[in-house]
Design a protein around this ligand. Sequence first.
Ligand code: ATP
Length: 331
Amino acid sequence: MITARGLERRFRRKGRSGGEVHAVKGVDLDVEAGELVGFLGPNGAGKTTTLRMLTTLLKPSAGTATVGGHDLLADPLGVRRNIGYVAQGGGSAPESRVDEEIELQGRLYGMSKADVHARGALLAEQLDLAGLGGRLTKTLSGGQRRRLDIVLGLVHSPGLVFLDEPSTGLDPQSRANLWDHIRRLRAEHGVTIFLTTHYLDEADALADRLIVIDDGRIVAEGTPDSLKARVSGDGVVVGVEPEVTSAAADIARQLTGAHDFDVEDGLIRFRVPRGDTAMPELLRALDAKDIVMSSIQVTRPTLDDVFLTLTGRSLRDAEQGAAQPEVTHVA
Ligand SMILES: Nc1ncnc2c1ncn2[C@@H]1O[C@H](COP(=O)(O)OP(=O)(O)OP(=O)(O)O)[C@@H](O)[C@H]1O
């Protein structure tokens, strides 16, 4: 569905200081049909710029791509007809009615009135917007407006849809609701979804596969679980009677791949590649030596651990420290 090689984008800085921003520094991407891929990175990493290139809104400074079966540079119109794009700020006009917006969008793609109505009604039903057709879009809640944006992006039945930061600005309940809708869209329409996010929980909850971008470069990719497993392993905390701590720690050290031990009276902390399979083994080994565990806790590593290991910075710190130069001119 998407193949990109060496995509780059430079922006010229406005003003007397001149210079340029190298926003995307050579990105390769491969997305298969039916995948739900999360493009994760801190603010300013280059997510939106990459997305705007893949959706023909921005010309790459270098590189090639095929999107939805069409060459990005040779056939941008073919790309546009076959994709949906839901931008960060959304696309609906505040003074328009919901039905009008859906009809306008469908007509822009050359659909007949009857087809737009049928498709619009189906999507409105599926995205919990049924009965709101007569409402001005400015009167919708944040969650409803975001779902309308998604209807607009899907009305012409694209096989591939790009969602830029789909849940930014929504309250937790609306976010969870939107995630359900996105999952269902993929399941029911078989649509391939490429979404950008800087929310770790969103990436974790939604994506089959993650591509992590930092400072214009891809720094990792894989399933959320494989990324987490690759980086740090699960954290384990075992509680025992203080007098058997050292014997219990010696047994835990025998577990395959166990590392990073921190032992204090009655508490043994360590990491292990797979906590779920290591724990029964540890239980049996302790039991054989008549050592009783008083507590056990296994925690999966977070995507923030992954980002920290890959870049040396936490994703949250990276966002806070992201430089946003005063540039607007498109080179
Ligand atoms: N039109 C533009 N002119 C100049 N610089 C730009 C332009 N658009 C983006 N940039 C710069 O390119 C870099 C990447 O920006 P981009 O918007 O792609 O990041 P992002 O990962 O999408 O961030 P966010 O999560 O905040 O949307 C940033 O340094 C940004 O300031």
